[in-house]
Design a protein around this ligand. Structure first.
Ligand code: SDX
Length: 427
């Protein structure tokens, strides 16, 4: 029997259907609320609002569960590759070896950008943040790669695969341009992550030899960042995509939303916070007192999450990788020691415990990228490369949705009531 809830408004009662997801989570269907009752709902930050139905990622914030298409994130981190995970998110199944070969071929063949786009890089000042360059360059892809109104299945796979591949190329090219080095083109002989690291760190006069452990650390970083339900940037992609805007413009909007330090920018903000603590000679305790006081803008970056009300399962995986990467060949990082102490303080102090402020995905990720040699202002760019398959899977899912409607929330108006115009001579 279908479940429902009763809403009583004055003398009237309204029945609201209750929807049940495949993991048993429940939702009030308010699709006809305003039409039937004249009321709207109010939900600051949308923490209690489901914006869509989706079959891509399941999160249980209370139990610290994260699954892509039903597969636990720690299994994918252990056994999968980023390209295989991207295929899984896009098409809902783990690929056969032939499907994976075909998808990898698309990523390889589409890894270049139009040569005329290289001129754009010289237009940016050396100090330009790579996230600003990335969102601009991705939007510019629309000028060079027109998307047919009704792409065939093959055309769509090529378009989506190209974006996953080109965003990596644009990221590496923007880094090379920022340090005045010649760009290094992608190679058909390298796997996805190795290609990126090669484009970032090799040069015509210096071969880049990658340590397999460091390559795997970056690969797992990308797998863990590949999707995360209806987070801020993914909701931006859905919102922008619902107007049927150009795909490159939609992804560029997602990149801009991810840039914020409360969201994807947190991995860079965590390292900047740890550096401030290190330079001040504090061991983290004084800083956490400031964060608790809520004075100024200091928050414990890398802590807290809207959904996870205990440990972020991605942080668990990344913490292990941190230990592995930082203990290699005696690589030590004083910031890691501060991070461990900060985590210990936060996990024992009432302020953080009662607000469920546990380490999130960004707390350890920056330390890993730093150990691998990725420059700090490229951390959120790596997050973008990782998140691309998730954004594209949702763009594809929403366009397959029957009856897709433009997203258009309402508001509670708090402005002036009606008043008449006053000519300037009488003001
Ligand atoms: C990501 O949504 C996703 O899925 C995102 C993400 C993904 O994969 O896409 O998981 C990636 O964005 C992870 C989050 C990275 N951001 C940070 O690490 C920045 C620091 N964290 C906070 O800004 C905050 O915790 C958020 C933004 C992550 C969550 O914010 P909420 O859920 O809106 O919580 P809130 O701002 O309402 O805070 C509730 C209380 C407040 O105190 P009180 O008003 O109750 O006294 O907790 C406090 C806040 O001041 N608080 C913090 C804090 N986070 C919240 N206090 C100190 N340090 C913090 N980090």
């Amino acid at each position: 029997m279908d479940e429902s809830a009763i809403l009583r408004v004055g003398d009237n009662e309204y029945s609201l259907p209750i929807l049940t997801g495949s993991e048993g989570e429940k939702a009030l269907d308010i699709s006809n609320l305003r039409k039937d009752t004249g009321l709207i709902t109010y939900d600051n930050g949308f923490g209690n609002t489901g914006s869509c139905r989706s079959a891509i990622t399941f999160i249980d914030g209370e139990k610290g569960i994260l699954r892509y298409r039903g597969y636990d994130i720690d299994e994918l981190a252990e056994h999968s590759s980023f390209v295989e995970t991207a295929y899984l998110l896009l098409y809902g199944v783990l690929p056969t070896s032939e499907e994976l070969r075909q998808f990898s071929r698309v990523l390889n063949e589409s890894s270049l950008i139009h040569e005329d786009m290289h001129h754009f890089f010289t237009g940016f000042p050396r100090t330009a943040h790579p996230m600003g360059i990335l969102s601009t360059m991705v939007a510019s892809l629309a000028a060079f790669y027109p998307i047919p109104d009704e792409p065939t299945t093959e055309e769509e796979q090529y378009i989506l695969g190209s974006l996953i591949s080109q965003v990596r190329t644009i990221a590496a090219f923007s880094y090379k341009k920022s340090i005045g080095d010649p760009i290094v083109y992608p190679s058909i002989h390298c796997r996805f992550v190795e290609n990126f690291m090669n484009m970032m760190f090799s040069s015509p006069v210096k071969e880049y030899r990658t340590d397999p452990d460091l390559l795997r650390a970056v690969e797992v970083f990308l797998i863990l960042h590949a999707d995360h339900e209806q987070n801020c940037s993914t909701s931006t992609v859905r919102m922008t995509g619902s107007s049927l805007a150009n795909l490159y413009a939609v992804v560029s909007a997602g990149i801009s939303a991810l840039w914020g330090k409360r969201h994807g920018g947190a991995n860079q903000a965590v390292i900047e916070m740890l550096q401030r603590i290190h330079q001040s000679g504090d061991d983290g305790r004084k800083f956490s007192e400031q964060a608790k006081s809520g004075k100024g803008s200091e928050r414990l970056m890398g802590f807290g999450h809207r959904v996870y009300k205990n440990y972020d399962p991605r942080a668990t995986v990344l913490k292990k990788i941190c230990h592995r990467v930082l203990n290699k060949d005696g690589v030590s990082d004083p910031l890691f020691d501060i991070a461990l102490r900060l985590e210990e303080a936060a996990l024992s102090e009432d302020y953080f415990l009662k607000r469920n402020l546990y380490p999130n995905v960004d707390f350890y990720s920056g330390l890993i990228l730093r150990a691998v040699g990725i420059p700090q202002d490229m951390f959120t760019v790596l997050f973008t490369i990782g998140r691309m398959p998730g954004w594209l899977a949702r763009w594809r899912e929403m366009h397959l949705e029957p009856g897709l409607r433009i997203a258009r929330p309402r508001q509670i108006y708090t402005g002036e009531n009606k008043r008449n115009y006053v000519p300037i001579k009488d003001r």
